[in-house]
Design a protein around this ligand. Sequence first.
Ligand SMILES: CC(C)(COP(=O)(O)OP(=O)(O)OC[C@H]1O[C@@H](n2cnc3c(N)ncnc32)[C@H](O)[C@@H]1OP(=O)(O)O)[C@@H](O)C(=O)NCCC(=O)NCCS
Length: 188
Amino acid sequence: MKLAHDKQDIAADIAVVAENTADAAAREALLDRAMGTGRTRKSSEMLRRGRRPSEGLAFVARDPTGALVGTVRLWDVVLSEGSAAALLLGPLAVEPSLKGAGVGSALMQHAIAEAGRLGHRAILLVGDEPYYQRFGFSSEKTGELAMPGPYERHRFLAVELVEGALDGATGTLTAAGRKSRSDKPEAA
Ligand SMILES: CC(C)(COP(=O)(O)OP(=O)(O)OC[C@H]1O[C@@H](n2cnc3c(N)ncnc32)[C@H](O)[C@@H]1OP(=O)(O)O)[C@@H](O)C(=O)NCCC(=O)NCCS
């Protein structure tokens, strides 16, 4: 089909690169388009607000013109006071017209690989398991963990970057990222 063919052509030319400060407005506009403005009421947002993403772990997808067509960021958290560090992933979003072309997967694979390369041990998120399981996420190790606000437990997922990193993990996630100057989550 012509549309699918075009999408694949575009996806092949997408570059996943580090976000920079000039991307903030385009990123927020994309998030509003992809997720709606209610996105800022999510529990994950409580762990992001007033913080900067984990060092080196904010990425955008750009089309060949340089336009921002995807975003993903990861945030430093601890699993309970004084305990092991981990990352919280999100939001992940792709330009609606490019859905299904592999941009989300490219962002996820890049983000997970970079997190591992930087020595992080586990990534958590709240999202649809049918999507995130392809990247290794499941609710298997989050049973004794909790988000700091309302969320759907079956959507609370994790992947270990180091085998056993979440064995015995218990507690409520707490923000541990670098503080941002503004009240809003900002660029890396
Ligand atoms: C979810 C999202 C990031 C996926 O990005 P994408 O570039 O379209 O994803 P990909 O092209 O890499 O993967 C497409 C595949 O994922 C599947 N998929 C997409 N969203 C899904 C979901 N919520 N649940 C299950 N499967 C999903 C598609 O059906 C497709 O399956 P296929 O490979 O078997 O055909 C994108 O659709 C988006 O921005 N959605 C709105 C924001 C959002 O909901 N983000 C959080 C997701 S929980």
